[in-house]
Design a protein around this ligand. Structure first.
Ligand code: NAG
Ligand code: NAG
Ligand code: NAG
Ligand code: NAG
Ligand code: NAG
Ligand code: NAG
Ligand code: NAG
Length: 615
């Protein structure tokens, strides 16, 4: 019985060496064909209306103006795997738009699908600049629909450029007699004009200095092939480095590199990967290894300038697809991107010559998709700025790993830390500014294999701080700080119930928390706090090699507060496709309103959430 089950597990386990019945690990069930929504028996859902999927996120702050909208791309993604990205022409804001200044620009992705299909990763680029990294929802036989709305205002300069550009979408899908789901997609842009009163008050768009405005230029740090329209780099193993040459205008006074990452196949669940010595001693050759630590390292001309310790996004097919139906996993429909302040290094790259960014992933297994956008602020009053790197400290990763196992049971503890500090000055017509940038990371992972590997328990924490201070010529210090915490708890249990019956239990907590603050000369300008948690419990029932039943429930608590002025709270729960409860609170309670903000009720256009979001 055990061996027929293992055959079903697509030979992920290497039977010839031992005859364990199973190893609890999220990679394993992911490869099961029936592990797709359309194959899962559906109990209650008998109506034939498409299910609407969604990711919980705060509403985008919109001005009180009517948007000018463009449907830019309509495409049916059928067999697109390995094909070039799908292209459309993008001409900027619609010509009939009454305004040429916008306070918000929103990208809208809307898609439907019906049939059997995997969750697929996709990217949207404009002129090679990545605007969105996302994953599709998994379809059902009665059909699904979902919408992703993303605030893309930080790409203002490229979105409002008065020339035709290429919008490109890569979504590698496979359609055959088994996988029938075709993704029908529309991509639209909504340009919200600035409110008239704001223009009258002199708050135009992008007239502020560096930290208070959008970049003047965004350069693609993405793959040129095959059509120069943007695609991610693929990093297939540890030690592999992907390089991109670039050149910046000589009047740049600020630079921020925004990095997009997603992880797939053998590293889709990297945080659950077992150490190689455990796999070797147990004769397991078909499970991904390299342990559970990964980091994306970014280098400039060969020197480490920053890193990304990514949030553990779980795509919609992950572990038990019913966990993510219809409430999608945190970050799955809009994968977070990560900013690295490059300004201290400007002195090294303002020479009008070609330089190189490099990306590699520590311990990587096949495959990581990585690319970036370089946001640049230009000095319009001068043709040349100057700069110098004053200090750059980037000690090697501090890493420790303790393995303690006997046979298939054991405990593995992994800890890591990294710090990158850079200080540099830049002289422009705004004066001479010294920028300090500090990234601090800590990671811990406890991985337990129990019950002869039928139980796997993972408890992982990533803490990720970014601090940027700028000393102005007036000796004011402007500080922007982001603190992120990404805890993950995962409990997987595989029960042999006899007679070819198995039960697979997934119990997880996925959490994305972030505090941001901005201070000027010690005074708080703004601060925000996000707490976003999902708790899920899922069961898969396996009988004679087939999944015969599935069930899952997910609870999500989302709470966002900004300056006591903008608050959003949601408490929502699903059970097997159905929403059990959904409580939404928009607006702050009295207590939050009482919280004073030094920034007052002034200029919304340059408020923290916008101008500082590029840090
Ligand atoms: C895409 O837009 C077209 C034209 O407005 C519409 O007929 C179609 O239903 C839309 N598809 C989706 C997935 O929204
Ligand atoms: C865009 O460019 C065209 C041709 O160069 C020009 O006629 C038009 O006035 C420009 N539009 C804006 C809004 O600048
Ligand atoms: C990644 O690249 C950096 C910079 O070139 C290098 O110092 C580091 O050793 C590389 N790491 C791996 C795992 O290859
Ligand atoms: C991040 O900053 C907080 C508050 O300053 C500090 O307590 C924490 O240790 C920092 N985390 C890391 C990884 O350095
Ligand atoms: C899920 O895991 C947590 C932490 O171990 C535990 O307290 C809880 O009882 C588990 N829930 C179920 C239903 O197994
Ligand atoms: C955010 O700040 C609150 C209050 O100081 C703290 O309890 C929480 O741990 C912080 N969260 C993060 C992600 O640092
Ligand atoms: C979320 O809603 C559920 C069901 O109404 C309730 O039991 C729970 O206390 C709520 N949680 C919070 C934090 O409001």
């Amino acid at each position: 019985m055990a061996s027929s089950l293992i055959t079903l597990l697509l030979s992920l386990l290497f039977l010839h060496h031992h005859s364990l019945s199973s190893i609890a690990n999220p990679h394993k069930l992911h490869k099961l064909k029936p592990h797709l929504l359309s194959h899962l028996p559906r109990s209650k859902h008998s109506d034939h209306k498409p299910t609407e999927f969604f990711e919980v996120s705060k509403p985008i702050k919109l001005p009180n103006t009517k948007p000018c909208s463009n449907l830019v791309l309509t495409h049916d993604f059928a067999f697109t795997y390995g094909q070039p990205p799908v292209l459309a022409s993008f001409h900027g804001p619609p010509p009939h738009c009454p305004s040429t200044q916008f306070s918000r620009i929103v990208l809208e992705w809307r898609a439907t699908c019906r049939g059997t299909q995997f969750d697929r990763i996709f990217g949207v680029w404009l002129g090679g600049v990545e605007l969105l990294r996302s994953c599709t929802a998994e379809p059902t036989s009665s059909g699904i629909v979902w919408t992703v709305e993303k605030d893309v205002t930080r790409y203002y300069s490229i979105l409002t450029r008065n020339q035709t550009q290429k919008l490109s979408v890569y979504l590698g899908n496979v359609v055959d007699s088994t996988y029938t789901g075709v993704y029908h997609v529309n991509v639209s842009f909504h340009f919200y004009p600035v409110e008239k009163e704001k223009i009258l008050k002199g708050f135009g768009v992008n007239s502020g200095f560096g930290f208070n405005s959008w970049a003047d230029l965004v350069l693609p740090i993405s793959r040129n092939l095959p059509l120069n329209d943007g695609l991610w780099f693929e990093i297939r193993k540890s030690g592999e480095i992907q390089l991109k040459e670039f050149e910046i205008p000589r009047n740049t006074y600020r630079a921020v590199l925004e990095v997009y990452v997603s992880f797939h196949e053998n590293d889709e669940f990297w945080y659950s990967n077992l150490p190689n010595d455990y796999l070797a001693e147990n004769g397991i050759t078909d499970m991904p290894g390299n342990g559970p630590f990964r980091e994306v390292v970014v280098s400039l001309d060969g020197k480490v300038v920053g890193a990304v310790w990514p949030f553990t996004v779980i795509y919609t097919g992950g572990m038990n697809p019913l966990l993510w139906a219809p409430i999608s996993g945190i970050g799955s429909f809009d994968l977070p991107s990560y900013d690295i302040e490059i300004t201290p290094f400007l002195g090294k790259i303002l020479d009008g010559k070609i330089h190189k960014f490099g990306f590699n992933v520590t311990n990587a297994l096949n495959v990581w998709f990585v690319d970036a956008n370089l946001h640049l602020w230009l000095d319009k009053h001068s043709t040349k700025t100057e700069g110098k790197l004053l200090k750059h400290v980037s000690p090697p990763l501090v890493f420790s790993e303790v393995s303690n196992f006997k046979g298939l049971n054991g405990e593995f503890t992994t800890n890591a830390n990294r710090k990158v500090l850079s200080i540099g000055w830049v002289k422009s017509s705004f004066g001479s500014f010294v920028t300090h940038s500090l990234q601090e990371f800590s990671y811990s992972n406890s991985l337990v294999m129990d019950n002869d590997a039928n139980t796997q328990i993972i408890d992982q924490k990533i803490h990720f701080n970014d601090t940027v201070y700028v000393k102005t010529p007036f000796l004011d210090v402007h500080t922007i700080k982001s603190e992120k915490k990404f805890p993950l708890f995962l409990y997987l249990d595989y029960f042999d119930q006899g007679n070819g019956h198995y039960l697979y239990v997934t119990n997880l907590t996925l959490r994305f928390d972030e505090n941001r603050s901005s201070k000027l000369a010690g005074c708080e300008l703004s601060k925000s706090s996000l707490k976003n948690t999902q708790d899920g419990l899922g069961y898969l029932f396996i009988e004679n090699n087939h999944i015969v039943g599935a069930s899952a429930s997910t609870q999500q608590l989302y709470s966002y507060k900004e300056d006591g002025k903008f608050c959003y709270f949601r408490n929502v729960s699903s059970s097997d496709y159905d929403i059990v409860y959904d409580e939404v609170k928009n607006g702050c309670s009295q207590r939050e309103l009482d919280f004073p903000s030094a920034f007052g009720s002034g200029n919304q256009i340059f408020s923290h959430s916008k101008g500082f979001s590029s840090i």
